[in-house]
Design a protein around this ligand. Structure first.
Ligand code: NAD
Length: 315
């Protein structure tokens, strides 16, 4: 049985990860500060069932102020999922929250990880937003990052810190650049969650811009599989991997699929393109395939159906 820390354990991705690890019989220390970027009650709900697992401990607090030397004792793997997410909200005064939660918190964790002799892996949740409007699609890891949002800049800074602490101090970090993750428990500020909620409440769904933007969507269970592989693949240390869902789709076409799933036509409300949104994203996942054995398993239609079922149970 391994001892594992999941930061951001009450969030969308962290809660799924903690659940899978507990199902595998691991001991999981979940860390979350339950901030109010979105309703903290949703976060409590995400992990409510985990408290029944004897292997689960929850620590409520801000990463920046925890005793990491003590926490990392005998810990095998840290999955660092905690962050201030959201590209559109990262402008203006909110930016301080992004630098603290994404850059400062990661640096504090890495400083402690330097001296954690037992630690075998630190998996960092990076983001496709570091690419910005990438010149080549699908984008491979070697392309020069050019974020178009303040959020993307903070994720790139944190990822670079992981690389530096690996290079200079041997911290066994691995970074995974997730491409738009979706599925049950998706954050309420994310597109599919908003779409399904609007449909359920018979409201028009908000679409930024002309709807011709393309996205690579990645189902949550594929992201969890990638994390587990990143924590165990022998040659993954010090590396960066794209984690995508296997195909790039035009947003307007996803809406057609959604209409089929919900069984009714949906009202669309086109609003102005948001600042910080990349026009297109697309992942070249060949490196993750080669080194992590990563292969996305869940089709968009199947994944959207699961998210729709969850939304109906939530509202
Ligand atoms: P989320 O907001 O649902 O989860 C993040 C959790 O971290 C929250 O519960 C929050 O309370 C917690 N947290 C934030 N700062 C903290 C701190 N300083 N101390 C303790 N807890 C803190 O977000 P998510 O969608 O699950 O994203 C998880 C990770 O994946 C993030 O690092 C995000 O940047 C990254 N990511 C997500 C996506 C996506 O599509 N969801 C895409 C790319 C990257």
């Amino acid at each position: 049985m391994a001892k594992i820390i999941v930061t951001g354990a009450a969030g969308f991705i962290g809660s799924h990860l903690a659940e899978t690890l507990l199902q595998q019989g691991e001991e999981v220390i979940g860390i979350d500060e339950f901030n109010d970027y979105y309703d903290p009650m949703l976060k409590r709900k995400n992990i409510a069932h985990l408290h029944q697992s004897p292997g689960f401990t929850l620590i409520e607090g801000d990463i920046q102020f925890l005793d990491w030397q003590k926490l990392l004792k005998n810990v095998d793997v840290v999955y660092h999922q905690a962050a201030q997410a959201g590209v559109r909200a990262s402008w203006g005064k909110a930016f301080r929250g992004y630098t603290e939660r994404n850059i400062n918190a990661t640096q504090i964790l890495l400083e402690a990880a330097k001296d954690a002799k037992h630690l075998k892996r630190l998996v960092f949740a990076s983001s496709s937003s570091i690419y910005g409007d990438a010149e080549a699609l699908p984008t491979h890891e070697g392309i020069c990052p050019q974020p178009v949002s303040p959020y993307g800049i903070t994720k790139l800074a944190a990822e670079t810190l992981c690389r530096l602490y690996h290079k200079n101090f041997g911290v066994p970090s691995v970074s995974l650049r997730y491409f738009t993750v979706y599925g049950p428990k998706q954050r309420p500020d994310m597109a599919f969650h908003k779409f399904f909620k609007s449909i359920l409440q018979d409201e028009a769904i908000p679409i930024y811009g002309d709807g011709q933007q393309t996205r690579e969507f990645t189902f949550i269970s594929d992201v969890i599989a990638a994390n587990l592989a990143a924590a165990s693949a022998p040659v993954a240390v010090g590396e960066i991997f794209n984690i995508g869902g296997g195909s790039r789709v035009v947003l307007a076409e996803v809406l057609d699929t959604i209409e089929e799933i919900v069984g009714k036509s949906i009202k669309r409300n086109h609003i102005e393109k948001a600042m910080g949104d990349a026009r297109h994203t697309g992942a070249d996942v060949s490196k993750a395939q080669r080194i992590l054995g990563y292969q996305p398993q869940v089709s968009l239609r199947e994944g959207l159906t699961q998210e729709w079922e969850w939304i109906k149970s939530l509202y």
